[in-house]
Ligand binder design. Sequence first.
Ligand code: SF4
Ligand code: SF4
Length: 128
Amino acid sequence: MTYVIAQPCVDIKDRACVTECPVDCIYEGSRTLYINPAECVDCHACEPVCPVEAIFYEDDLPRHWAHYRSVNAEFFVAATPEREHQGGAAGDHPLVAALPRQVLHKKEVSVFAVRKEEAADVDLWFPS
Ligand code: SF4
Ligand code: SF4
């Protein structure tokens, strides 16, 4: 089993998850990050730190992002001709490369992150 990075990471890439991963299995593409399912140890450390809630346990992926399980896994197979044509860093999965530019700006992400921290604090004070 593995965790998966879905579409909200595209064009955000703040790398908060990378510093949390104990086995360094989160890799950077040109527009998004990818979790290597062969290396992920299901520790859950990355999921709560993502400011845009892009990370899911594979069985918990929303239906409209279910294909990101394959997107993450296929990023680690041999480079495709599409990726070779993109040049630059590691390129991206063709499905990610074809996405229109995402509109969420870094400033909005930081506001979102603060709100998420405040929500976590509320959970501490008012556990369900
Ligand atoms: S669940 Fe743990 S091992 Fe898997 S990507 Fe996240 S931090 Fe890394
Ligand atoms: S924390 Fe979320 S938005 Fe940031 S790089 Fe990781 S998956 Fe992408």
